[in-house]
Write a new protein. Structure first.
Length: 78
């Protein structure tokens, strides 16, 4: 899941047959729930060394809030 819902064109990632790209934003929890309904697990790789893109994309938001939002959304189905 990423903000565009598309691969970045990496040949290794594109060759994975069990990977589906979905559109979502970890900082917008409502965008997550519809895509997580039938998911068993999430590999969360969002993070940054520096905040980017304004006040909504701070270091704390990208490293803590994104992970908490994803976990809460996934746990809402359990």
């Amino acid at each position: 899941m990423n903000r565009s819902g598309k691969s970045r064109g990496d040949p290794v990632t594109d060759s994975l047959k069990n990977v589906t790209f979905l559109k979502g934003d970890c900082l917008k929890p409502d965008s997550l729930k519809k895509n997580l309904e039938d998911v068993d697990a999430v590999i969360h790789t969002v993070g940054t060394l520096f905040g980017t893109g304004g006040p909504e994309r701070t270091y704390k938001a990208l490293n803590r809030d994104a992970a908490v939002n994803m976990a809460d959304a996934l746990n809402s189905f359990g």
